[in-house]
Design a protein around this ligand. Structure first.
Ligand code: 5GP
Length: 190
């Protein structure tokens, strides 16, 4: 998506550890108009799929998911990072490694909000090694729901997550795919 690529080039900062910082429009301050265009694009890509639920993970996925959900006319469920180790039986639970924080979180979704009648689109801000998406896909499987596909704002194509998920037959649509980025700030798209 040209609009998103242009914003990444003009405002993105390349940090150590292959982290792309886009705090001015996606991860801290949010450009709602840009997210609206992204939401429309996800809706166009998945228009024939009868999606009735969007699943994301807190925190940065929530804004993108909510704006997209208006075009699908469906609710958003966000997986919560839980501090409790004793989760109980009312939740689906999975461990997800955080790329940016180098920690592992227990991530939960209430059984009340995900079930076998759901056709689910997973939305997130970034795709790197694929830990977040793999975890969300597992929650969908555990709930007996149908995973329709994933919608990602920015995929780092030089990291393995996207390739691995597609190789498993999962549909992954990324609005911008960064093929390489250097310390001098050069960013190349796929
Ligand atoms: P993965 O689980 O695919 O390795 O990483 C995806 C998650 O880590 C996303 O939910 C996102 O929050 C975070 N992440 C991964 N890479 C980046 C990055 O380059 N920049 C930012 N801002 N977040 C990232």
């Amino acid at each position: 998506m040209k609009l998103l690529e242009e914003r990444i080039v003009s405002e993105g900062k390349v940090l150590k550890g292959n982290v792309l910082k886009v705090n001015s429009f996606l991860n801290h301050q949010i450009d709602v108009e840009l997210l609206n265009e992204m939401g429309k694009e996800f809706a166009r890509l998945y228009k024939d799929e009868s999606i009735n639920k969007i699943l994301t993970i807190e925190a940065s996925g929530i804004g993108i998911a909510c704006i997209a959900a208006q075009y699908f006319d469906c609710p958003v469920v966000f997986a919560k990072k839980s501090k409790t180790t004793n989760i109980g039986s009312d939740f689906y639970c999975v461990d997800i490694e955080s790329y940016t924080h180098n920690t592992t979180n227990k991530v939960i979704v209430s059984k009340e909000f995900l079930n076998e009648n759901d056709r689910v689109l997973v939305i997130d801000d970034f795709l790197a090694n694929g830990c977040a998406l793999r975890g969300l896909c597992k929650l969908i499987k555990d709930a007996g729901a149908t995973l329709v596909g994933c919608g990602i704002a920015i995929e780092k194509g030089f990291q393995p997550g996207g390739k691995e998920l597609r190789a498993q037959g999962i549909r992954v649509e990324s609005l911008a795919i960064v093929e390489s980025m250097n310390d001098d700030g050069t960013i190349v798209f796929g």
